[in-house]
Ligand binder design. Structure first.
Ligand code: NAP
Length: 280
């Protein structure tokens, strides 16, 4: 039976640590706000935005909500980001993705000052992470590293196979695991014989966006399995990219969905905000 890696509990620990840190920073006169921008009313985005505001309130930092109508133009959004870049009190700027089709996400991401890029998506943040310089780390991959470390999984020297090479999960994930001294293999839709590559993994990180795709034939006995996927199954229940019931008896440790990687993303966003306040 695998150990269940409890993302809810670990993210709560991190938020409690951050809450203490925020209180100490306040005593030193260091405060700041996170600006959260949502364009349109996508229901999933509204839930994410609400969770982010609640997390800010919990750790004791201010959040400024900008709820813009669907028909907001790219220029209007870029102008708002420009204003927020210039505001001293705003220490983090987050634009909830996806954006409506008429707005170029790349342009918007690049418009955010790298000093306030708490999502870690700006090319400068990605570059800094790649060469090991200080900067904001992409939240989901950074959260996964924390899950592994805080649940006692060894990373250094282990073979980590990452399924997926997206800019927000797969690629930064592989770079962070390399930084943690894992031996890393990155796989994608053109990888041949994915199952045999995955069976070599001591740590298997699955971020492919395919509901319940990864069964026991992809998992080495005793591997640590991290499931990044989030989907709704035919009964409207949340599920991941991994067939949990099959994987759990084979793995030594595994993240559930929900309650695994998901809560860590917001905790790491809060961590980036606190880092930004600390840096002034
Ligand atoms: P994405 O942009 O769709 O990328 C999926 C990746 O998986 C691509 O690199 C793709 O390869 C690869 N892939 C797809 N089918 C494959 C196959 N049959 N074999 C091998 N590789 C395959 O997705 P994403 O944004 O990285 O997100 C992945 C999942 O994580 C989604 O379910 C998403 O909802 C979830 N997610 C969760 C969180 C969280 O906080 N828990 C955060 C972000 C994302 P190609 O590059 O060759 O197309």
């Amino acid at each position: 039976m695998a150990k269940i890696i409890d993302g809810k509990k670990i993210s709560q620990q991190i938020k409690d640590e951050l809450k203490e840190k925020v209180a100490k920073l306040k005593e030193q006169g260091k405060t700041g706000a996170l600006a959260v921008i949502q364009v349109g009313e996508d229901p999933a985005s509204s839930v994410y935005v609400r969770n982010k505001k609640n997390a800010c309130a919990y750790i004791g930092i201010e959040s400024l909500a900008y709820e813009l109508p669907e028909e907001t133009t790219e220029d209007e959004l870029l102008a708002l980001i420009g204003e927020l870049n210039a505001k001293e009190q705003v220490k983090g700027i987050l634009v909830q993705l996806p954006l409506p089709q008429h707005i170029c996400e790349d342009k918007v991401i690049r418009a955010i000052s790298p000093r306030k890029d708490v999502d870690g998506f700006h090319p400068q943040s990605v570059g800094a992470m790649t060469i090991g310089e200080p900067g904001f780390l992409s939240c989901t991959p950074a959260g996964i590293v924390q899950l592994l470390k805080r649940s006692g999984a060894e990373i250094a020297g282990k073979h980590c196979v990452v399924i997926g090479r997206s800019n927000i999960v797969g690629k930064p994930m592989s770079l962070l695991m390399l930084r943690e001294d894992a031996t890393v293999t990155v796989t994608h839709s053109k990888t041949q014989d994915l199952a045999s590559v995955c069976r070599q993994a001591d740590i298997l990180i699955v971020a492919m966006g395919k509901p319940q795709f990864i069964g026991k034939e992809y998992i080495k006995e005793g591997a640590v399995v991290i499931d990044v996927g989030i989907h709704r199954d035919e009964n409207n229940k949340l599920c991941g990219d991994v067939k949990f019931a099959e994987a759990e008896p084979v793995a030594s440790a595994i993240t559930p969905v929900p309650g695994g990687v998901g809560p860590m993303t917001i905790a790491m966003l809060m961590s980036n905000c606190v880092q930004s306040i600390e840096e002034g």
